[in-house]
Ligand binder design. Sequence first.
Ligand code: NAP
Length: 270
Amino acid sequence: MKKFYVIGHPVAHSLSPKIHAMFAEQCGEEIDYQSIDFEPGSFIESLGRLRREQNPYGANITLPFKKDAADYCTELTERARVAGAVNTMTFSGHQVFGDNTDGVGFVHDVCGRCGFDFVGKRVLVLGAGGAARGVIAAVRPLGCARITVANRTESRAVSLAEEMGIYAAAFTDLRRGFDIVINATSAGLSGAAPAVPNTIFAEAQLACELTYSQFATPFMRLARDSGCPRVEDGLGMLIEQAAESFKVWLGVAPDTAPVYKALRGAAADF
Ligand code: NAP
């Protein structure tokens, strides 16, 4: 049976084993997919041991190891190279193929399940890490009127904007004029929303939090309290990026709708 892991720290809370088990059952595939926690700083050594002892077929990589994974791979897809981060590894002898399915997962969820059309839209992305890079790269070809990136460390937003050919702004300079606001920061981990003015939601039809959680995050509460008519968390993106990984490994595209329905019912209390 092909073995897969989701590697992170912490990772015990990850929904990925459950999601992939549901995909496998639906598609009639037999897989063994488990979570494994690596100590920060031990990625290369721990992955080497895992490969020797368990001979995995593939792995998903989550915080804080996505950049380590990109450095480890012998080959990267274009979307992984642009993101500077890998969330999907495939092992084949001494070769390690690295991919990044986060951006396409976000787009599938927002355009598919949420029915949002990016054509002509003004997009604001908060954050300049791997998730922001993947999302911007996936959204950029969709015909937006303008994409702006803002980040706590402004210099990272400026260099990302230069690299991607988009606009950069400081958190404090942000005002109204966005159709969609995407929170690609990990600010929620420290129990806060990014320090942005609430006027950014004045014309927004949709606010997206990339983190998924059982309860509304501070960013989601800020968006909702500021009058944004639709607020979504990252569960749909999580399931869509997993579906894309599943397709990369096994060549089959699972139906994500029943998985979203099952997990939303079990894991949401907004
Ligand atoms: P990352 O590479 O570590 O980047 C973190 C980003 O968050 C940086 O831009 C950082 O700004 C910013 N940040 C951290 N704390 C902040 C705070 N208190 N206030 C404002 N900004 C802050 O992480 P990542 O991989 O991009 O992930 C970002 C988020 O997306 C995480 O919450 C992750 O769980 C989520 N995500 C979800 C999915 C999904 O499938 N749903 C997939 C990928 C990622 P500085 O540059 O100033 O440090």
